[in-house]
Design a protein around this ligand. Structure first.
Ligand code: SAH
Length: 230
């Protein structure tokens, strides 16, 4: 990858990124380290080159296979929901699981805040491009798996955080089971095209605590793995 493509020029320049970060700040993303990470992850490299001039708009964009790269605000919000501690600071998680790798943008944003990140994607063709992309960006603490995320990753459980970037109709039981004590699940729940709510569910000493973080729009979480071909 050339240095100029990595750094960005014109519509992918530093100034364009600053505007995006300002917008997220105005909308309630308060953690400076998360804002800095959003500024530094080159989102234009996660979308088709024809769309790179739109990469720093605060919108979802198509990434092929009928899937989308999430809106930066929602990525920042979910990252913050997973990591913020009771006193308003940010914690580093020993072990986290992501369901719905897609193009790997959320993966890249989250990676410096967790020691070990595990990420599951059901569509094999998306995953192979994403592995290459994240390697090129030197994101090295992630293990990927082509599988159905409804099952979680039992061999690596329990997790201190689980983040789901596709919407199931209901909170997946197996993911709740794979939460460590104090662990959090951040998941959009609701029907495809209908009302979806972003939930944060925390495993406390007294059971599961559930918080509603607002309305969101995600592609549906779909059962089964697709090995597929291009
Ligand atoms: N995290 C991405 C967003 C990806 S869109 C980003 O940062 O932009 C949602 C992704 O979830 C799609 O790639 C879709 O294939 C995947 N997905 C849907 N259902 C799934 C399932 N059951 N298991 C794993 N991945 C799933």
């Amino acid at each position: 990858m050339s240095a100029s493509r990595l750094q960005g020029i014109g519509m992918t320049s530093a100034r364009t990124r600053d505007r995006l970060v300002q917008r997220l700040q105005q909308n309630g993303i308060t953690q400076p380290e998360i804002l800095e990470r959003i500024r530094n992850v080159p989102r234009h490299l996660f979308v088709d080159e024809a769309l790179s001039s739109r990469a720093y708009e605060d919108n979802a964009l198509p990434i092929g296979q009928g899937q989308t790269i999430s809106q930066p605000y929602v990525v920042a919000l979910m990252t913050q929901a997973l990591l913020e501690d009771e006193s308003g600071g940010l914690r580093t998680l020993p072990k986290a699981l992501e369901i719905g790798t897609g193009c790997g943008y959320q993966t890249a944003v989250l990676s410096p805040f967790v020691r070990q990140l595990f990420s599951i994607e059901r569509l094999a063709p998306l995953l192979s491009d994403t592995r290459d992309r994240l390697r090129a960006l030197r994101v090295g603490n992630v293990r990927f798996r082509n599988d159905d995320g409804f099952g979680g990753w039992p061999g690596q459980a329990p997790f201190d955080g689980i983040i789901v970037t596709a919407a199931p109709d209901q909170v997946p039981e197996k993911l709740l089971e794979q939460l460590a004590p104090g662990g959090r699940l951040v998941v959009p729940v609701g029907p495809d095209g209908g009302e979806q709510r972003l939930l944060r569910i925390t495993r406390t000493d007294d059971g599961l605590r559930r918080e509603d973080l607002g309305g969101v729009v995600f592609v549906p979480m779909v059962e089964g793995r697709e090995k597929g071909s291009r």
